[in-house]
Write a new protein. Structure first.
Length: 361
């Protein structure tokens, strides 16, 4: 029998519940501790989730003194940085929820802490576990499209604004561009092989979030609910990136990859006010190409599956700990994702194009 993997949870909100339920689904995994800065919240969480052998902490650093194999960081975005570094420094493997951090500088420090400790830092992008995401990457990396020169990704929910910690800059750091936008970026960048971002020209707004007609917390809503950016990537590739939590439109369109030999159009699964953005599964894939001089549209069969993507990312984290392998979605790679979000916010505030500088780690 394989040894029991001991897990600690930092943060006890809704996303922590999803982590707990995924861990409970796995054999030989024990959640031994939960930490939350709010007095009594971790204890209540343990009772609600029936984690009978777990200990509650108000200080995550005290929790990290326990014998833990891994830690799920499920705090508000502003705390991802320090809690992840503390866990890595304490010798624990870390699965941090998305977005990786608030700023690029914080993300760099997190990667440096992982390298120094020799422990894993993996980022929670569950759409990677849709097998169709791997299919997309295989198609593009195979050269079927020729040289890819333009990509458009993102999308928008007609009405899909969160509340609470997501709409306050001091807790979230950013709004839609980081919350659901990080998924869209990962979908496009991972397909391309994660080319380095060079420059960003962006615009953001929050006309819906600050309007009490559309949001009940309009008086304290101070992040963006819409954003668009033109991003230059190494390899002479341009990425058009757009995200919206709310808009007077059904969709901002599909993700497309334009190549010199063919083009690829990808739509997300689902319908309704929360669909049309890359925080879920692939709905369809179409290849546009020429056969004997005729423009041809080919439907690529998507891979039907019944797996729970969220549970798969937690399973992969546990398996990586058990098998002593590298991070499934390494923080070092997601630095590029975070660098773009960081530059989007800088560019939008400055109202001009900005350069992206990623230090060596």
């Amino acid at each position: 029998m394989s040894r029991t993997i001991r897990i600690g949870i930092i943060g006890s909100g809704g996303i922590a519940r999803a982590h707990v339920r995924a861990y409970k689904n796995l054999e030989n995994v024990e959640i031994v501790a939960v930490a939350d800065i709010v007095p009594g919240k971790a204890r209540q969480f343990i009772e609600d989730e029936q984690l009978h052998s777990a200990t509650a902490f108000e200080d995550h650093r005290a929790m990290l003194e326990l014998d833990l194999d891994g830690v799920s960081v499920c705090t508000p975005n502003a705390s991802h940085h320090i809690t992840s570094i503390d866990a890595l420094t304490a010798g624990k493997h870390v699965l941090v929820e998305k977005p990786m951090s608030v700023t690029l500088e914080q993300a760099v420090q997190m990667v440096q802490a992982a390298k120094k400790s020799g422990k894993m830092l993996t980022v929670g992008f569950q759409p990677r576990y849709d097998p169709n995401m791997a299919l997309l990457r295989d198609i593009v990396q195979s050269g079927t499209l020729g040289k890819v020169y333009f990509v458009e990704t993102g999308g928008g929910r007609r009405r899909g604004m969160p509340g609470g910690t997501f709409v306050q800059k001091r807790l979230a750091g950013a709004g839609a561009m980081a919350d659901i936008g990080c998924y869209s970026l990962d979908m496009a960048l991972n397909t391309l092989g994660y080319p380095k971002p060079l420059t960003v020209s962006a615009y953001t707004s929050n006309y819906f979030g600050t309007n009490p007609k559309y949001h009940p917390e309009a008086d304290r809503f101070d992040v963006e609910d819409f954003g668009v950016a033109m991003i230059r990537l190494e390899g002479d590739i341009v990425l058009n990136y757009k995200i919206s939590w709310a808009m007077h439109m059904d969709t901002l369109g599909a993700t497309i990859f334009l190549g010199t030999d063919a083009g690829l159009k990808v739509t997300p699964a689902g319908t309704g006010p929360w669909s049309g953005v890359w925080d879920g599964k692939v709905g369809s894939i179409k290849l546009y190409h020429d056969i004997l001089g005729r423009h041809t549209e080919s439907e690529i069969p998507i891979i039907e599956h019944q797996i729970n993507l969220f549970h798969e990312k937690v399973r992969d984290f546990v398996d990586a700990i058990r098998e002593n392998r590298e991070a499934p979605i390494p923080g070092e790679q997601i630095l590029y994702n975070q660098a773009i979000i960081d530059a989007v916010l800088r560019s939008a505030e400055a109202k001009r194009e900005v350069e992206v500088h990623i230090p060596e780690v």
